[in-house]
Design a binder for this molecule. Sequence first.
Ligand code: HMG
Ligand code: MG
Length: 298
Amino acid sequence: GLPERVTIYEVGARDGLQNEAALVPTEVKAELVTRLLDAGLPVVEATSFVHPKWVPQLADAAELMTLLGERGRDLPVLVPNERGLDRALELGCRHIAIFGSATETFAAKNLNSTLDGQFAMFEPTVRRARDAGVDVRAYVSMCFGDPWEGAVPVSQVVEVGRRLFDLGASQLSIGDTIGVGTAGHVSALVSAFVDAGLGIEALAMHFHDTYGQALANTLAALQAGVTTFDASAGGLGGCPYAKSATGNLATEDLVWFLTGLGIEHGVDLDALVATSSWLAGHLGRPSPSAVVRALATA
Ligand code: HMG
Ligand code: MG
């Protein structure tokens, strides 16, 4: 059967806004994060402590965390390396997320590293985080396909995941960065993790909806026993000018879907839709989420 309850891990303020063409003022980001928390989302990833030249959209990470104050300290932030960890620790962050690649090419493009080299970067980062009592989530990107390398073998993804768990990650988020995965592939990948002895309770799925498969993929993962799903409010993310680049699975679409299945999630859908509609005004474009479009009143 399906799980009774799932945890939605909200990534709109980070994965969403990092890909938006528009630069969003820090005060608007702080209001976004606050409204998402108030809508009942249990985990709201706030921002990234990456190199500001690599992601200028999130260059105000320190200012945002300062604005959020005590409430911000329990929100996860992305950290690629020790420099990022130092910046996060200085602000009192208690949860970080590192992000690895399942492929050689994306390790170069996203981390200026290699498939093996990324672990050398993560090892001291995770060790120091854990010594400081900070919890570490690990993402793996390009788990289903890679724009440069094509199909990615399941065994390669499991091996990268195993190495991230071995470093001390408490949760692994399996990323379909370009949204090419389909339901059968999801079932096969999750089974491979379970067969490798990597527990289902420590897995999260991170779907992008580029090919419209995210909810079908979610169902396949639910049937396999996964109980944590990443999503972004309003389906934020993706450059409106780049063909085929779209955002994460919209949180509203996920909430509608889970409610229909009778699965508990704790999120107030109306509050969430109002938040995404409000933000769409700041971004100057409507939300791509079908559920937001159906339910928005203004
Ligand atoms: P690099 O240029 O190789 O860094 O970038 P470096 O270690 O050689 O250092 C060069 C300079 O950058 C140094 O300064 C460092 O201090 C500084 P200098 O001594 O020359 O003055 N530096 C930093 N400054 C601020 N914060 C830092 C930092 N690190 C170094 N953290 C690096 C390597 C990893 C930093 C770079 O490649 C980077 O920032 N990459 C991040 C890319 C990114 O954010 N991508 C999006 C997130 S991943 C994602 O979206 C996928 C996900 O959603 C899942 C999915 O969908 O698949 C998670
Ligand atoms: Mg992503």
